[in-house]
Design a protein around this ligand. Structure first.
Ligand code: SF4
Length: 281
């Protein structure tokens, strides 16, 4: 595997107040978590965040909205945000992450300049029913198929540490494999007292084994460690690269804080890896 690590930053451009009931997500209105809530982040602010992300070495910038999926207003907002970032910040790949989407909506995003679409399967088909009752795993899978049909690069992964079994993990990775995504983000549960799921962060060696297994099954994907990295891997964060990850999220997450970007960059360099200069997506 190349010794390059790809950095990606995320911007929560529409936060909280989601009507869905995903048990791991603080943005669900049903859980009343203590998070920031706003409908639309100012486009100027999104552009400023994109400039900072690029200056910090990010090659990808992800526009995330809470909620089940896209409607006309949200689609228009994401397209305008994408166009503004593309105008002002060169050589920064745009990922949109806006929930369930149909083919026409995804084609509109592509026309606006979106390069990749992130939609996670989250877990195995069987286990997902216990995580969310307001939409189905099959709807998520269908959106991933639409992403490919719209000729956007697919970003699809999931979250571990919710009480899923070993079989669930294997089944989930095989489903991801069937979609042949460009990037696979692996998230690790970050406990919050407001959430119905009461689990401690996964043991770091088990989490490293999950990365290794995923890499062995998906040798060619960009394998990203996303949310929950700091709280799960603690002092072993640098080991995620030897385990097979070649991408991380830098800066803050949707509703939780991340490491300072310069600290992560130093960690990557100290581990013997280079920071990728281009996304190549
Ligand atoms: S994961 Fe997405 S759909 Fe589920 S509650 Fe959170 S914001 Fe809503």
């Amino acid at each position: 595997m190349s010794k390059e690590v790809f950095l990606c930053a995320i911007s929560n451009i529409s936060s909280g107040s989601c009507a869905e009931d995903c048990g791991f997500c603080t943005q669900s209105a049903k859980h009343h978590a203590d998070i920031q809530r706003y409908k639309h982040k100012e486009i100027n602010q999104i552009v400023e965040e994109a400039k900072i992300a690029k200056a910090n070495g990010a090659v990808g910038f992800c526009l995330v909205t809470s909620g089940k999926g896209l409607d006309d207003k949200k689609l228009d907002f994401v397209c305008r945000a994408c166009e503004a970032v593309k105008r002002e910040v060169k050589e920064l790949n745009i990922i949109a992450c806006n929930g369930l989407a149909n083919l026409n909506q995804l084609k509109s995003l592509k026309s606006a300049g979106v390069d990749l679409y992130n939609h996670n399967l989250e877990s195995s088909r069987k286990f997902y029913k216990t995580l969310c009752t307001t939409h189905s795993w099959e709807q998520r899978y269908q959106t991933c198929l639409h992403v490919k049909e719209a000729k956007l690069r697919l970003v699809s992964g999931g979250i571990f540490g919710l009480g899923e079994s070993e079989d669930d993990r294997v089944s989930f990775i095989q489903s991801i494999k069937s979609l042949n995504p460009f990037t696979v983000p692996l998230n690790f549960f970050h406990p919050n007292s407001a959430l119905p799921i009461k689990k401690e962060p996964l043991d770091e060696d088990l989490a490293l084994a999950i990365i290794k297994y995923t890499r062995s099954e998906l040798p060619d994907v960009r394998l990203m460690v996303a949310g929950g990295r700091e709280i799960t891997f603690k002092t072993k964060q640098a080991q995620i690269f030897d385990a097979g990850a070649n991408s991380i999220v830098i800066g803050n997450y949707l509703t939780t804080m991340g490491n300072k970007p310069n600290k992560d960059i130093q960690m990557i360099i100290n581990a013997g890896y280079d920071i990728a200069q281009y996304c190549n997506a």
